[in-house]
Design a protein. Structure first.
Length: 287
């Protein structure tokens, strides 16, 4: 009797460990326990482009935003409902509208939810450049600190920020002393704070430009990012793409296109935040 009881206890303990580990693994593999709310911005055509001393148009940032939007709507991206994503292209991507949509979307989030801001367009040290930016009026810039504040106000613990823009890595503290032309740039500090679940993944270092490629009709960063999240970055083939896998895939492929170029003309992605390497970004099991 005692022997049978002991065997039963051992079996129950083993089963608890086995199924407990499976539950934890599945829990860790979830994109989020709640909902996803996102603001996706792409600006190719600018309001004042072509006028003296104003910004020039880009080619594929609208395509980049649509590609990232399609990923979020896919099962791998979480099958995010259309009403939970604000897609702002060109003239819909004014500074005021971007900030308004971030406030409205992010305000819907709770602690178990996920919020995402994606931007494709011109950038400079400390700023993203919205559709209605005027070179003669600095207040028309979308400052990194304004994006940072929008994230701070939301309740979601999982917060993702992606940007395919020149000098976007300046959202983190600069990696080298600023040049003479950069010394009057606005103060840019890290997004990082004491909360968990923050990832900031930028296309370039603070002194580099982000490239577009007519052969793929996209910016390099966005194309490699989405390709990776759709499965190409899944190095261990577990059907989950983690943030580390996504970054490693980006780094390797951007390094390939940067081969032979001086550092300032290369493109090196920047990642920072308060997160774990195994944070899942896409789930291919449901794809």
């Amino acid at each position: 009797m005692k022997k049978s009881t002991s065997i039963l206890i051992i079996f129950l303990v083993a089963a608890s460990i086995f199924f407990g580990n499976r539950w934890l693994k599945n829990k860790n593999n979830r994109l989020t326990e709640g909902k996803t709310y996102a603001v996706v911005v792409g600006v190719s055509n600018y309001l004042l482009a072509g006028k003296p001393n104003q910004i020039t148009n880009l080619k594929f940032c609208d395509e980049d935003a649509n590609l990232f939007y399609s990923f979020l709507r896919s099962s791998a991206g979480g099958s995010v409902p259309q009403e939970n994503i604000a897609l702002l292209i060109d003239n819909n991507a004014s500074k005021a509208n971007i900030l308004r949509q971030m406030d409205e979307m992010f305000a819907k989030s709770g602690p178990n939810d996920r919020v995402i801001f994606y931007f494709a367009g011109h950038g400079n040290n400390g700023i993203f450049i919205p559709y209605d930016m005027d070179s003669y009026n600095s207040s028309t810039n979308l400052f990194h600190k304004e994006v940072k504040e929008a994230f701070r106000k939301c309740r979601a613990k999982t917060r993702l920020c992606f940007a395919d823009a020149c000098r976007s890595g300046s959202m983190k503290d600069r990696e080298e002393p600023p040049s003479l032309s950069q010394r009057n740039a606005p103060d840019v500090r890290s997004f990082e704070d004491s909360e968990s679940g923050l990832v900031v993944l930028m296309a370039t270092r603070p002194y580099q430009n982000a490239g577009e490629n007519p052969n793929i009709v996209h910016g390099y960063f966005t194309k490699f990012l989405v390709d990776g999240l759709q499965g190409k970055a899944d190095r261990n083939t577990d059907k989950i793409v983690t943030i580390k896998e996504a970054y490693d895939y980006l780094f390797i492929h951007l390094a390939e296109i940067s081969k032979g170029k001086p550092t300032e003309k290369a493109q090196v992605p920047v990642i920072f935040g308060d997160y774990k390497d195994n944070m899942p970004i896409s789930n291919l099991k449901s794809a």
